[in-house]
Every structure is written in structure tokens, then in C-alpha cells.
Design a protein around this ligand. Structure first.
Ligand SMILES: Cc1ncc(C[n+]2csc(CCOP(=O)(O)OP(=O)(O)O)c2C)c(N)n1
Ligand SMILES: [Mg+2]
Length: 348
């Protein structure tokens, strides 16, 4: 049963809240694709956590849980040849861009069969076959590379768009300002998607920033800039659709702030000791998967059976990915220096 009082309170507090709406021309097929990508990301991460506790998944992992609408809504507008840059919280980005979850899971296990042959782990998944330039553990590190990628598309005369996901914390790094300014001055086809979850580890945004609506910064650089409800897949889809259209037409960059709230800890075992969770837990009312499923059922876009089948399909796919990773092989210790240096070929 919906707790309407809690919802009312959140709507008031969460200024970026927007009611669900159906963007014109958005097909049912596309909606189901976004829904499936959100569910797949959720199931993938819910499965990874216990595996991490068992030490099967090695290295850190930062859950994207409750942010799935951002990756799903953005990537639904992208072609395979478009490019994305990611962060330390990047599982959703890979999955929604069409990544192979078998290779992702094997990478998390540190196995040779993984996307980066087990050398990268969760924070360094790169897969150029789907245009995923790479996740990075360096906060803000993906932002200038994305501008470089957009410059490459421009120079080659291709109409590909590059999207770079980054956090609110990352947008305080100097390189954000330099990158947005250069993209604006050179009119490059890049979209800066700030996933504003209002926290950077244990630092709440209003302790370090006076203007907490971060999209406003883009306006100062002469860039079309928008804020959307990060829990609302339709809002994200539509805002990105317009940004992609502009970029492909040669009209340059866009800044999008997708505002949400990080309800889990920063990483897998962060127990949120530094914040009062009583104001945070209620945000589960805005769970993007729950909101989208309720909307699709209310509007007659999908049936309960269809949605249940999607959940079942995702569960099976993730189970299969665990089996794939379990059956994989650890790299030979003698190969530790392989892939550290490029072999000197000039890539054209
Ligand atoms: C250059 C750099 N500084 C500091 C860190 C440590 N660090 C890791 S994640 C993080 C917070 C990032 O916050 P945000 O950009 O908002 O992303 P979120 O984790 O909230 O998704 C920090 C400071 C880092 N990895 N890289
Ligand atoms: Mg953050």
C-alpha cells in the first residue's frame, strides 16, 4: 500500500520531483527495454553484494541501486556507436549501454574471461565494442576524456555523441569546469550527466556547495542546462533525447543534472555511520523501478505478467553470469605485466 503521507513529505523536500509522464512518441518497446535494463542492473548488484562478502568478487564495489533510471533513461537514446564515460559507480552504465553481464561478472571475479581480462574489476570496466570508454576510480577522471572523445567524432565527421556520467562530488573538481568550457567553446557533441546523489562519500553537498542545483553552473558557460528527477526514467529519457538531438545536429554540448538521493552507503559495506538515516530511508518511495512499474500498469502499457517475466528473465541471466564467472580462469601470475603498456601501434 502506498504511504501517501510519506510521499507528500518527500515531494515537498525533493524539489526535483516530477510526476511520471509519457514523452510523445516513446514506444512501448523502448519503455520495456528501459525497464528491463533497470531491473537487470538491480538484480546484478543485489547478487554481487553477497558474492563480495564471500570474497568471490574482489576489489571494491559501489552500488548504483536506486539510480538505475539515470543510466537506463540516458542510454535508451544512444546508438551502439555513441560513446559513454563512466565513474566508480558504473555497473548500470555498462549494462544499459548493452554490456555483456557474463563478461562483467567475470571481471568482478578477477577472471581472464572478464571485460578487462580480470585486471580492472568493478571500477575499471572498459568495453569499446559497445562504446564504453571506461569506468574510472579517479573522481572526475572520465570528464576530460569524454570531451576528447567528442572532439574525435567531430574531427572524423561522425555524428556520434559522447555522454559522460559523473557525480556531484566530481563536478567540484576543476577539470569539470575546464571540460565544459572547452566543449562549449568548440561546440562539441558531448553531454555531461551529473548524477547528483547529494553525497560524496560522507560529505553532504550543502556543506561544500552553496548553490546545490548544479545544472545552473552549465548556464554560466553558455551551455543548455537542465535538471531532471533522477528517480523518474521518463524525465531523464526526454531530457536526454533533446540533448542528443541537439548534439547530432551540431548544436554542441548539454549539461544535465539528474538529481536523486543515495540511500545506500557509498560502497558495499559503508554503514552510513555519518548520517541520520531517518530522513533517507523514506526515499525508497521513489524507487525508479517501482515508480515505472506502477505507471506502466496504471496506463495499461504493460501487464503484471509481462513485468514479472522481465524480473524472472533478469534473475536467470544474472545466475548464468555467476556460473560463467565461477567457471572462468584466474590470469597466470606471470602475465602480470601484460596490457600495462601499449604495443606502440598507432591507432587510426
Ligand atoms: C581524485 C579523487 N579524489 C578523491 C577520491 C576518493 N573518492 C572516491 S569516491 C569519492 C566521492 C565521489 O562523489 P561523487 O562524485 O558525488 O560520486 P558518488 O560516489 O556520490 O556517486 C571520493 C572523494 C578519488 N577516488 N579520486
Ligand atoms: Mg555524489
Amino acid at each position: 500500500m502506498k504511504d501517501t503521507n510519506v510521499l507528500k513529505k518527500i515531494k515537498k523536500e525533493f524539489k526535483a520531483y516530477r510526476e511520471m509522464f509519457l514523452p510523445e512518441g516513446l514506444s512501448t518497446e523502448k519503455q520495456l527495454e528501459m525497464y528491463k535494463n533497470m531491473v537487470l542492473t538491480r538484480v546484478f548488484e543485489e547478487t554481487v553484494k553477497p558474492l563480495w562478502m564471500e570474497n568471490k568478487v574482489i576489489g571494491y564495489f559501489h552500488p548504483y541501486i536506486i539510480a538505475e533510471a539515470i543510466a537506463a533513461g540516458v542510454c535508451a537514446n544512444l546508438r551502439k556507436t555513441d560513446l559513454i564515460g563512466s565513474t566508480h559507480r558504473g555497473h548500470g552504465h555498462v549494462i544499459c549501454k548493452g554490456g555483456d553481464i557474463n563478461k562483467m561478472m567475470a571481471e568482478l571475479y578477477g577472471k581472464e574471461e572478464g571485460y578487462c581480462k580480470g585486471r580492472g574489476g568493478s571500477m575499471h570496466i572498459a568495453c569499446m565494442d559497445i562504446g564504453m570508454l571506461g569506468a574510472t576510480g579517479i573522481v572526475g577522471g572520465g570528464i576530460p576524456s569524454a570531451v576528447g572523445s567528442a572532439l574525435a567524432s567531430h574531427v572524423k565527421g561522425e555524428d556520434n555523441v559522447t555522454v559522460v556520467f559523473h557525480g556531484d562530488g566530481a563536478s567540484n573538481s576543476g577539470v569539470w569546469a575546464e571540460s565544459v568550457n572547452m566543449a562549449a567553446a568548440w561546440n562539441l557533441p558531448v553531454i555531461f550527466v551529473c548524477e547528483n546523489n547529494q553525497w560524496a562519500i560522507a560529505t553532504q553537498i550543502n556543506r561544500v556547495v552553496r548553490e546545490t542545483d548544479l545544472y545552473k553552473r552549465g548556464i554560466g558557460y553558455g551551455v543548455p542546462s537542465f535538471q531532471c528527477d533522477g528517480f523518474n526514467v521518463y524525465d531523464i529519457y526526454e531530457t536526454t533525447r533533446q540533448a542528443v538531438e541537439r548534439a547530432r545536429k551540431g548544436e554542441g554540448p548539454t549539461v544535465i543534472e539528474a538529481k536523486y538521493l543515495r540511500v545506500l552507503g557509498h560502497h558495499a559495506t559503508d554503514d552510513n555511520w555519518y548520517r541520520d538515516m531517518t530522513g533517507i530511508e523514506p526515499y525508497w518511495e521513489l524507487d525508479p523501478i517501482k515508480r515505472m512499474s506502477e505507471f506502466m500498469l496504471e496506463q495499461g502499457i504493460a501487464t503484471d505478467d509481462q513485468l514479472k517475466a522481465i524480473h524472472e528473465e533478469c534473475k536467470k541471466a544474472v545466475e548464468a553470469s555467476v556460473e560463467y564467472a565461477e567457471n572462468g580462469h584466474f590470469p597466470d601470475p606471470d602475465s602480470i605485466y601484460d596490457y600495462v603498456y601499449a604495443n606502440g601501434e598507432i591507432i587510426k
